[in-house]
Each structure stands twice: as structure tokens, then as C-alpha cells.
Design a protein around this ligand. Structure first.
Ligand SMILES: Cc1ncc(COP(=O)(O)O)c(C=O)c1O
Length: 428
């Protein structure tokens, strides 16, 4: 049995049903729990419902979810070795597993941060700082090369937070950033603009279509140009654990930094992103905060997680993932990712053989993007809302090549081929 899908309510509906919950004298444990159980929780979608297939869902293992409660109830500070050495040791073992899957060297390491957004931002801040040191005397580098399909959070971080420039390279016919595409763009760019580039971002599993960029080709250009190579595997990085698709990631071993969100396809609860650096010394140079009161935590180069990202105080958010990995073993993780890939492949066949829908991008991983032949924007909106209101499925419209369509993002091992078939039938 899984939790019901549930659905959002309007502020007016919630106001009428829940009333004022924060009062001068308190409503007591029973009162607060009742309002949560009866009104508020049912107004939050269950992202781990097997037919929640929008955006990127989550599917925490029971072990990870249970341990999250323990972490929440323990007063563990995860920012420094001094205060949280046991927690940091365990987190680092989980990071080691990911680092080995990527193929990073022994000295690689990093930190669990809140999500892919903070992971990507922290990596690119480290990249810019490394470039600043390398380029002494030269004009500061300020741009990052990426593709149309690079996640919006990367573009947002560069433009809004880092005030950096963006060079966008058109993707190939499946939207992949390739070495050849980068070379073609560079051939058209004035030399001074090329000189401003300090990093390139490859995506290992684009969010909308789930395709993996040409990581080997990108790595080659990055090496030739002396750029930092960051790989955003927030969603798709979990595929590294699946032998059937591991070959798609060839080249990821050259990454200077890499992220994957265990809260997406690695069965951990929100919010959890693994951020790894090939050379953690470069990350420390960018992120270590200095203040008199912090001196006691930086004595002999201890592994302080806060040295590797833009945040200081941190919950030991890698622990639920670590606990589940320790309980079940890494083979169970490979099997679970392979299970979702099998369902995605069967879903692809259903779409290919049905007459009313058309696959839009050949999938690499577990995202299927497709259209309902003959439908308008309004048809998708009505259908999507009908499925959600019925508590049956959460499948939202998206856009591909300027057209409205829809997609299945499958990360839950409990999602079945029959679930996909029923949703496809509802589009007839
Ligand atoms: C490829 C990719 N990068 C980055 C992000 C942002 O991650 P988060 O939402 O965990 O901050 C996402 C989120 O879906 C993503 O799919």
C-alpha cells in the first residue's frame, strides 16, 4: 500500500479547513497533529506515489526515511569535523561510493548539500576561484559554456548569483551538448570572448528528456582549453550505478566537479545533493570561511563539510542516504535503478506501438517525452488536471521544440508498466 497521491488546495480552502493554527496559547500536540493529518498533509502531493511522474519525483527507501527522523531528532551539527566527526565519516563513505562510480581519484571528496542548485552553484564558484588563481595578471574569466538543455538552476546561479556570463551551445538532434557542437560555436566566437570562459557544464541526464551529454567530447575540449569541467548529474547521475547504461557516462571520470541528488533517483528523502570535487583543495580555497570564532574548527586541515560549499551551518543531510546504503548494500541500489530503467524501456515500447501518442526524443535513461497526436495546450491541461483531481496520477505538460507535450519521469521502483499503460489509455 502506498500513500494517496493527494492534491493541492487553495489558500481559501485551507483557511476554511485549518483555521488559525498559531495562537497565543497553542493548540496542543493533539490539535496540531490533527490539523496536519486531516487537512494539511492531504494538501501535499506524495512525490513517492508510483504514478507521480512529473518533474523529477522521489522515492525514499523506508530505511532512509526512517533514519531521516532520527537525524531530525538528534542534535548533530554537520558543518565541521570537530562537532560531527561520526556523521561526517559516514557521509564520506557514501560520497566515496559515488566518487568510485564516477571514476574520480582517491583524493576526491566533497559534501552533501541541500540540492542540485546549491551543488551546481558551489562547484562553479570553486571553478571561478581556481581560474582566478591560474590567470594571475590576465583579465578575469567570467563566462561558462553550456547548452539550451542545461538545468535552469545553473543559468540562474550564473546570472543572478554569480553575475557571470553564459555562452550557449546548440544541442545536437537530441539536445545533447557535444564536443563537436562546442568546437563549432568556438569557431564563430571572437577570441576575447573565448578567453573569458572558465568552465563548461555537461549534463548527465537532462531534466526534460533524460539524455546524457557527450561527456567524453566535452572533457576533451575542456582539457585542451584549460577549462573546469563540471558535470550536473542531479537527476541522471544515479544511472552510473546501472551497468546497462554506464557506457553513456564515458568521460565523466574527467570531471573536475560532479553532482547527483540522492533525493531524485537514489532513494533518499529531501533534501540531499552529493557534491564532489576532483581536487577538494581547490574547493576549500573558494569556500572556507574565516572568522576568529571559527579558528577552533580549522586546526589541522580536518574534513569540514562547510569548506566545500556556499553554506556554513548544515544538517548532516547525507546520513539518511548513507544509512539506507549501509543497510541494503550497493547491489540493491544498482538493482533498483535497473528496475526503473526496465519499466522506462517497456514504457517506450508502449508509446512506440500506440497510435495516439508519439515519442519525441529517443530516451537514454528513465524519462520519456512524448506527445498526444492532435492535442492542443488546453487538452493537455484538462487531462492533467483530471488525473490529479481523481487522485490517479500526476503527469504535467511540458514543452519540447516549442510544442506542448508531456513526459514520464520514472525513478520509483514501484512504478509498473501497467501504471504507464493506464495513463496512456487515459489519453485516448
Ligand atoms: C539536471 C538538474 N540539475 C539541477 C537541478 C536542481 O536541483 P534541486 O532542485 O535539487 O536544487 C535539477 C532539478 O530537477 C535537475 O534536474
Amino acid at each position: 500500500m502506498h500513500a494517496p497521491l493527494d492534491r493541492p488546495l487553495t489558500p481559501e480552502q485551507l483557511g476554511a479547513a485549518a483555521g488559525a493554527t498559531v495562537t497565543e496559547t497553542g493548540i496542543g500536540v493533539d490539535g496540531a497533529l490533527r490539523v496536519w493529518e486531516d487537512v494539511l498533509a492531504p494538501a501535499c502531493l506524495s512525490v513517492d506515489h508510483p504514478r507521480y511522474l512529473s518533474f523529477i519525483p522521489g522515492a525514499p527507501s523506508k530505511a532512509a526515511a526512517a533514519f531521516d527522523m532520527l537525524v531530525g531528532a538528534s542534535s548533530v551539527y554537520g558543518g565541521s569535523w570537530l562537532e560531527g566527526s561520526g556523521a561526517v565519516y559516514a557521509e564520506n563513505q557514501a560520497l566515496r561510493w559515488i566518487s568510485d562510480l564516477v571514476g574520480l581519484p582517491e583524493g576526491a571528496g566533497g559534501v552533501f548539500v541541500q540540492g542540485g542548485t546549491i551543488g551546481n552553484l558551489s562547484a562553479l564558484v570553486a571553478a571561478r576561484e581556481a581560474a582566478r588563481h591560474q590567470r594571475q595578471g590576465r583579465r578575469p574569466a567570467r563566462s561558462v559554456l553550456l547548452s539550451d538543455e542545461t538545468h535552469s538552476s545553473v543559468k540562474h546561479s550564473l546570472q543572478v548569483v554569480m553575475n557571470a556570463g553564459i555562452v550557449t551551445v546548440p544541442g545536437d538532434e537530441r539536445g545533447r551538448l557535444t564536443g563537436a557542437g562546442i568546437r563549432a560555436t568556438l569557431a564563430e566566437l571572437p577570441e576575447h570572448e573565448i578567453d573569458e570562459i572558465f568552465a563548461v557544464v555537461g549534463t548527465a541526464g537532462t531534466t526534460n528528456a533524460g539524455v546524457v551529454d557527450d561527456l567524453a567530447g566535452i572533457a576533451q575540449v575542456a582539457r585542451e582549453r584549460g577549462w573546469w569541467f563540471h558535470v550536473d548529474g542531479a537527476y541522471g547521475g544515479a544511472g552510473l550505478a546501472a551497468p546497462s547504461v554506464r557506457h553513456l557516462f564515458t568521460g565523466v571520470e574527467h570531471a573536475d566537479s560532479f553532482i547527483v541528488d540522492p533525493h531524485k533517483w537514489l532513494f533518499a528523502p529531501y533534501d540531499c545533493c552529493a557534491l564532489l570535487y576532483r581536487d577538494p583543495v581547490l574547493a576549500r580555497a573558494a569556500h572556507t570561511q574565516k572568522a576568529g570564532y571559527l579558528d577552533p574548527v580549522n586546526v589541522e586541515g580536518e574534513w569540514n563539510p562547510s569548506d566545500f560549499s556556499v553554506q556554513l551551518t548544515r544538517r548532516a543531510r547525507g546520513l539518511p542516504f548513507w544509512f539506507s546504503l549501509a543497510v541494503h548494500g550497493t547491489a540493491a541500489y544498482s538493482n533498483a535503478v535497473e528496475q526503473t530503467l526496465r519499466v522506462a524501456r517497456a514504457g517506450r515500447e508502449l508509446i512506440e506501438t500506440a497510435e495516439h501518442v508519439r515519442l519525441l526524443v529517443e530516451p537514454d535513461l528513465s524519462v520519456l517525452i512524448f506527445e498526444r497526436i492532435g492535442w492542443s495546450d488546453a487538452d493537455y491541461a484538462v487531462w492533467s488536471s483530471r488525473l490529479m483531481t481523481a487522485g490517479f496520477a500526476f503527469v504535467t505538460p511540458t514543452r519540447h521544440a516549442g510544442r506542448v507535450c508531456t513526459r514520464f519521469a520514472i525513478v520509483n521502483p514501484e512504478t509498473t508498466v501497467n501504471d504507464l499503460a493506464m495513463i496512456l489509455d487515459s489519453m485516448k
